[in-house]
Design a protein around this ligand. Structure first.
Ligand code: SAM
Length: 284
């Protein structure tokens, strides 16, 4: 049966039939707008040679659009109450597979190999549960999954943070980490009224294109990320004070390192570029 998952009455009837109640804790706000999911799916430019991993299909409103366009879609859903619902809404799509489990606990590399291996291109698409937006994105990037593109919906504020360029006021430890792995951009905004139930904030769809060849050459990634975290740990303080207090490196040493890169010793983390962080971590 082909349900219109953007029709309020249809969705309400479906949810009632299965006795489903939204869980705030699981970040359940389902898209109920007709244009958002086709637009998101279109951004991936999928064809039958493309496989897509979705995180949190809900009742399948975005999944359906992905199934119409891609060769195969595997979707990881944690809430078992949604499994019978998904069977009903996506039963007609032979290229859909439900993966039962927690995206934060699964071995995603293995999953991609086993479920989506053999495709020319693998992409990730999701309307992410907001309580784990950054951890999910960082896990996807840090595990260096063999994916070409990641198109996800996040809270508007998170989108600004994730896509901010290092050296600008909105930048932070997360944006620097994202930039290390790939190119991040905001694609379009999504108003809160497009969801059921409607959340308190607006959202945005972002695209991250992971670098196939690393853009930044870093000797010790652990030390590099520790430095970025430390520099932003006390945002209102200078890099010298924040790094020294967090990592226990003497202030003079941090100041010397900044001076050797011709940077102001009173500089704050938001003014440092990615290249600055790379050089600083090599010296420190
Ligand atoms: N894709 C649907 C849509 O756009 O309407 C639902 C999106 S809703 C914002 C987030 C979905 O992620 C929910 O279905 C929720 O149950 C699921 N979810 C929450 N935490 C999860 C986790 N740790 N692993 C997998 N799915 C999760």
């Amino acid at each position: 049966m082909d349900y219109n998952l953007c029709d309020y009455n249809t969705v309400s009837r479906l949810l009632n039939k299965h006795g489903f109640k939204f869980s705030k804790a699981l970040g359940q706000n389902f898209i109920i707008d007709e244009t958002v999911c086709p637009q998101m799916a279109q951004e991936l430019k999928p064809d039958r040679k493309t496989a897509v991993l979705e995180i949190g299909p809900g009742i399948g409103v975005l999944t359906k659009e992905l199934c119409k366009r891609a060769g195969r879609v595997a979707a990881v859903e944690l809430d078992r109450r949604l499994y019978p619902l998904l069977n009903e809404t996506l039963g007609d799509y032979g290229n859909f597979e439900l993966i039962e489990g927690d995206v934060m606990k699964l071995d995603l590399k293995k999953l991609l190999q086993e479920k989506l291996g053999g495709f020319e291109s693998v992409k990730i698409c999701a309307n992410l549960p907001y309580y784990i937006t950054s951890p999910v994105i960082m896990t996807l990037l840090e595990s260096r999954l063999p994916v070409d593109e990641i198109v996800v919906m996040v809270q508007r504020e998170a989108a600004d943070r994730l896509c901010a360029e290092a050296g600008t006021r909105e930048s932070g430890a997360v944006s620097a980490a994202v930039q290390y792995y790939g190119k991040a951009e905001i694609l379009f905004d999504v108003r809160r009224e497009c969801f059921m139930p409607s959340p308190k904030v607006d959202s945005a769809v972002i695209k991250i294109t992971p670098y196939t060849v690393p853009k930044y050459s870093v000797d010790d990634e652990k030390a590099f990320f520790a430095l970025i975290k430390a520099a932003f740990a006390q945002r209102r303080k200078t890099v010298v004070n924040s790094v020294s207090a967090t990592l226990g490196i003497p202030k003079e040493k941090v100041a010397e390192a900044l001076a050797s890169l011709s940077l102001d010793v009173n500089i704050r983390a938001e003014k440092l570029t990615m290249e600055n962080f790379v050089e600083l971590s090599k010296i420190l």
